[in-house]
Write a protein that binds this ligand. Structure first.
Ligand code: HEM
Length: 515
């Protein structure tokens, strides 16, 4: 299956405003990058042969795609088809990636960090030593256990923030008013997440919000720019790359803002479970030496924003673009919302949100087509691994599974190229499947959240955020593509990422009879 009409190349000119909103993309566009790219290419291709001798003993895995390619969607589809039982490698920049067959998932999904490392892979890929990007155990535990467990208790705060954020960023206009969708949703998601991560009023502080939204972008761009130099120069170049310097200022300013709150909580007898915010969960879950360490708690906070904000925004943007491409679903979803929560004033509860089964299915179908990442289960091999079928993963390799191609596999999803917003609802309606095929379900045919030990622990929270925001938007506003556009905005393909078009404008008009 070809990658037709799904993605677009980056615009060659006139991309200033585009770049302002998605500066990570600008890295690839600057003329001065060309020479550096050649250097990078040299390092990458020579590194390839050394790194990727994985495969059956002694035989290399096939290299599919060319170093320097901007989009590996088709390479992944080709490799997935050709290698259902063997490895292939895509030459993604600086860390070529060996794709393992889905049949081997069970063998790797629970391997410990000292054999197959998620955290080392993130740090290596995004140069965490300089950008601070990474994942730590405190963060994972706080999301996996505390955030998820507390969802019923935080729904009221989330609902309050839904009203505030939509009022602030979409407003009351009864005339069609265009908004850059991605940019606007980033702010909604940052406000909702911040409300639970640091609490009000800090969550609405513009400086804090700016830092939590920008840390991801500047961290990623900073890493990409650093990668344009050989590793030996990274310790020096970090001081010359504005984005890398910028992430340090987010951390130090963040520490100034969070410091008084963290200090105030030291030594106070807070009963575990009393406070429903991420600051407290991080303090509770930190080693004793880190509990009062403002820098550690702040950095962990920032990293949670990194994993939470843009991932959720991308997913929600794609869902709205899909609704606009298939507007017949808008009234179907409105009716469902009304059936589980007849008035705006009624509070959301966990069971009411569970009643949004059509919305859940629609979101999952949207994610099936356009996940933020085409490869998940990204890991760095720490010790050579021999799989049951004889495949060998060499130490140092970066591996992953082709989640995007798996989601388009006709053996798993009949007519995979057709968008069927109720596809997963129909699957759930089959006897015995009631709790399967939900937006948050993971499995060998549902790889977009990863599977096993590191499967995204924030997916439940993300699902609630999106459903609450989307319900309010659909009930309170009519929506359409702005500027007379008739085509679904094309995604931006970068490497193994799928970025919803950050330039696309969506027009909103307050409905006269909401709810
Ligand atoms: C729709 C939005 C999201 C998507 C698509 C997404 C996707 C992912 C994926 C693919 C992984 C890697 C899984 C693996 O390799 O096995 C991951 C890990 C992670 N995600 Fe999410 N995520 C989302 C939202 C969130 C949110 C809202 C949070 C926090 C509140 C979060 C926290 C994390 C954490 C902490 C990890 C690392 C888990 C670990 O190391 O064990 N994510 N996410």
């Amino acid at each position: 299956m070809e990658n037709k009409n799904i993605t677009m190349e980056l615009p060659a000119s006139g991309f200033q405003s585009f770049v302002e909103q998605a500066p990570i993309l600008s890295t690839f566009l600057r003329p001065s990058s060309i020479l550096l790219s050649v250097i990078v290419l040299f390092f990458t291709t020579s590194g390839l042969r050394k790194l990727f001798s994985g495969g059956r003993k002694g035989s290399p895995s096939e290299l599919i795609g060319r170093p320097g390619d901007r989009d590996f969607h088709n390479a992944l589809l080709e490799g997935y088809k050709k290698h259902p039982h063997s490895l292939f490698t895509i030459p993604t920049g600086h860390h070529p990636m060996t794709i393992i067959p889905t049949e081997s998932l069970d063998e790797i999904k629970a391997l410990p960090e000292n054999i197959l490392s998620f955290q080392k892979q993130v740090t290596a890929r995004f140069l965490g030593k300089y950008t601070g990007l990474g994942v730590n155990d405190t963060l994972v535990h706080s999301v996996k256990v505390d955030l998820t467990k507390n969802i019923p208790r935080i729904l009221g705060e989330l609902e309050d923030e839904v009203g505030y954020s939509i009022g602030k960023h979409i407003g009351e206009s009864q005339d069609w008013t265009p908004h850059p969708l991605y940019y606007m949703l980033t702010h909604l998601v940052a406000l909702l997440s911040g409300r639970i991560f640091v609490g009000h009023p800090l969550s609405r502080d513009p400086t804090w919000l700016h830092a939590t939204v920008r840390y991801t972008i500047d961290g990623f761009v900073g890493a990409e720019k650093l990668w344009m130099y050989p590793s030996i120069l990274h310790p020096i170049m970090q001081y010359f790359i504005p984005e890398v310097r910028q992430v340090h200022s987010y951390l130090s300013n963040g520490a100034k803002m969070l410091g008084p709150i963290i200090n105030d909580r030291q030594g106070k007898q807070v009963k575990k479970g009393d406070r429903t915010d991420m600051i407290q969960w991080i303090i509770d879950n930190s080693d004793p030496k880190d509990k009062g360490n403002v820098d550690y708690v702040t950095k962990t906070q920032m990293l949670i924003s990194v994993v939470a904000i843009h991932t959720t925004t991308m997913t929600m943007s794609q869902t709205i673009f899909d609704l606009l491409a298939h507007p017949e679903y808008i009234d179907i979803l409105r009716e469902e919302i009304k059936s589980v929560k007849p008035t705006d004033e009624e509070p959301w509860t966990k069971s009411k949100i569970a009643g949004l089964r059509k919305m859940d299915s629609f979101m999952k179908e949207s994610q099936r087509f356009r996940p933020p990442g085409l490869v998940t289960m990204n890991r760095q091999v720490e010790q050579p691994i021999e799989l049951k079928n004889g495949l060998v993963l060499p130490k140092g390799a970066h591996i992953g599974v082709a989640a995007g191609s798996n989601a388009l596999d006709p053996a798993l999803f009949p007519h995979p190229e057709e968008f069927d917003g109720l596809r997963f609802l129909k699957l759930r309606d089959q006897p015995g499947n009631e709790n399967m095929y939900q937006f948050v379900t993971t499995g060998p045919d549902q790889l977009h959240w990863g599977v096993g030990t590191h499967a995204c622990p924030g997916r439940f929270f993300a699902s609630y955020e999106i459903k609450m925001l989307l319900s309010k938007i659909l009930m309170d506003y009519d929506i359409k593509l702005a500027d007379g556009a008739t085509q679904r905005p094309a995604d931006i393909a970068i490497d193994i990422r799928v970025v919803p078009n950050p330039q696309a404008q969506v027009a909103f008009k307050k409905r006269e009879v909401p709810w």
